[in-house]
Design a protein around this ligand. Structure first.
Ligand code: SAM
Length: 228
């Protein structure tokens, strides 16, 4: 899989790219790139934004700047979406990111993430250059970099070889294996911590009963979430 992150602040990703599971994935099938949108701006003096039509505070990232960055990277007209590539504009008001969307994006051959700044992108980026507009939650961040890292992280850990144990990513919170429910609780040593004991069933060695117990705890958590 190929993932490209388009940003005005590529150095934000230096730390992310150095993390073990990301390096593992890159040693396998992942090609991860970071593209500085300012480097290809068609405007003078590195300009990438402009004042909003209709007035109001803040600046808006220009559509021709994003177009130029995409065109320079892929050598094609970015208004014509290539099959196999998802182009995701990060936006607070977009489709809520969840495990199902992480699976969808992980199944794509190529994933392009566009990080906004300031007041965000000119709407024509969302409408004509992106295939998806995605939010990581109902709150506003200063920029799309952290949001893109969240999406990258959730997608990358689904790729072969990213995690130490391939099974780790199968039975997890919100996965199909758990019917979309949160994961059950985990315990490790010590068995007794200030009188708080690990549930006896987990010490029983009875794997069928343990699996039932875990499913039940997972279902309970789903029920609790639906009430809150
Ligand atoms: N004016 C925008 C609004 O009210 O929705 C907020 C712009 S925000 C300051 C700048 C950029 O951060 C956005 O263009 C987007 O790329 C990113 N961003 C902020 N919050 C986000 C979120 N919850 N999910 C995804 N991206 C977000």
């Amino acid at each position: 899989m190929k993932i490209d992150v388009f940003t005005l602040f590529p150095s934000w990703f230096d730390w992310f790219a150095g993390q073990r599971h990301v390096r593992n994935a890159c040693a396998g099938t992942l090609e991860l790139g970071f593209v500085d949108m300012r480097a290809t701006t068609p405007l003078t003096a590195g300009q990438v934004d402009d004042t909003p039509y209709g007035g109001g505070a803040g600046m808006v990232i220009r559509v021709d700047v994003v177009e130029a960055a995409l065109r320079a990277r892929y050598g094609t007209d970015p208004r014509e979406h290539e099959p196999g590539r998802r182009v995701v504009a990060m936006a607070a008001g977009g489709r809520q990111f969840d495990d199902a969307l992480a699976n969808e994006l992980a199944a794509a051959e190529q994933l392009t993430l566009l990080c906004g700044r300031y007041e965000g992108f000119d709407e024509r980026v969302n409408e004509h250059l992106a295939t998806d507009v995605v939010s990581i939650g109902p709150y506003v961040l200063a920029g799309g970099e952290l949001a893109a890292m969240v999406v990258c992280d959730a997608v990358i850990r689904k790729l072969p070889g990213a995690l130490g144990h391939a099974d780790s990513a199968i039975e997890e919170s919100f996965s199909e294996a758990l019917g979309g429910a949160p994961e059950y609780p985990h315990y490790t040593r010590p068995v007794d911590w200030h009188g708080q004991r690990v549930p006896e069933i987990l010490l029983s060695g009875d794997h069928a009963r343990i699996a039932d117990w875990r499913r039940a705890r997972s279902a309970e958590r789903l029920e609790e979430r639906s009430k809150s």
